[in-house]
Design a protein around this ligand. Structure first.
Ligand SMILES: NC(=O)c1ccc[n+]([C@@H]2O[C@H](COP(=O)([O-])OP(=O)(O)OC[C@H]3O[C@@H](n4cnc5c(N)ncnc54)[C@H](OP(=O)(O)O)[C@@H]3O)[C@@H](O)[C@H]2O)c1
Length: 256
């Protein structure tokens, strides 16, 4: 198998009908792999499956990432269709609440943690049980630069993304040596999810980034493929920050 190849490999990616998850699926398929993708909207998912190459290469199953029955059916269908689950990407996430953390309705806080953390644990439990515990594999979780420190305005989401980094470290140790687990922490990437952050003034939004542009989904998709593939065989428990240099520490009195 060539470097970074996904020949003979199968991945499940949650929340992959568009955006970062779709870009990761595209990269895996481009390198010879097969993918199962999820999302809530069945039509959008069917269109994405077709774009990826259709049946035999991609499988789409609609459902909510925090629905354990849905997760189980995706894992079962992937084994039935492709016979294995080498890779898993916990990508689907929600951010239903903005503002100070103590003003967030408890139901919204619960939803964020249900999807972003408890959902991720459940998916990993299922892929581990169905395939990885006997055959090994690799996992990527989609954190965020908001998980690296305080994030005024999106604190609930940021805390969930920090928890995802801790979960990644914990599982990397618990599931070693046969399963690797790494996180990715992107800055703002141009997707529907983040549109509100740059729609009115993209140049202004990109100004604090040393590379002077926002991310695009393929910036993250290629990194997902790297962390899943054998190219990163000695990397586990790490968080790869991909943010155009946004979080590079500067000396006093300096601004990006
Ligand atoms: N874009 C950024 O700036 C940025 C930065 C840091 C981290 N991230 C993280 O990157 C990941 C992907 O975000 P994105 O920017 O690519 O968003 P996106 O373009 O809006 O895509 C989100 C995908 O997830 C699906 N989805 C949303 N909620 C879901 C749910 N509850 N259950 C199942 N599927 C769901 C969506 O399809 P449906 O709507 O049909 O369900 C869609 O396929 C998230 O974990 C996000 O936190 C994004």
């Amino acid at each position: 198998m060539g470097q970074g190849s996904f020949e003979g490999r199968v991945a499940i990616i949650t929340g992959a009908s568009r955006g970062i998850g779709y870009a990761a699926a595209e990269e895996i398929v481009r390198r010879g792999g097969k993918v199962t993708i999820t999302g809530r909207d069945a039509d959008a998912l069917a269109a994405a499956v077709k774009e990826l190459g259709g049946p035999g290469v991609a499988l789409g199953i609609a459902g909510k990432a925090d629905d354990a029955d849905h997760a189980r059916s995706v894992v079962d269908a992937t084994i039935a269709e492709f016979g294995r689950i080498d890779h898993f990407v916990a990508n689907a996430a929600v951010n239903p609440v903005y503002g100070p953390i103590l003003e967030a309705p408890p139901a919204a806080v619960r939803k964020v943690f249900d999807v972003n953390i408890i959902g991720a644990v459940e998916w990993i439990r299922l892929v581990h049980e169905a395939w990885m515990k006997d055959n090994g594999g690799s996992i990527v979780t989609m954190s965020s630069v908001t998980g690296l420190g305080a994030s005024p305005g999106i604190g609930v989401y940021g805390v969930s993304k920090a928890a995802l980094i801790a979960l990644t470290q914990q599982l990397a140790v618990e599931l070693a040596p046969t399963i690797r687990v790494n996180a990715i922490a992107p800055g703002v990437v141009k997707t529907k999810f983040a549109e509100v952050l740059y729609a009115n003034d993209e140049e202004g939004a990109a100004a604090p980034y040393p590379l002077k542009r926002l991310g695009v989904p393929s910036d993250i998709g290629s990194a997902v493929a790297f962390l899943l593939s054998d190219d990163s065989a000695w990397i586990t428990g790490q968080t790869l920050v991909i943010d155009g240099g946004l979080t590079v520490p500067l000396g006093d009195m300096q601004q990006h």
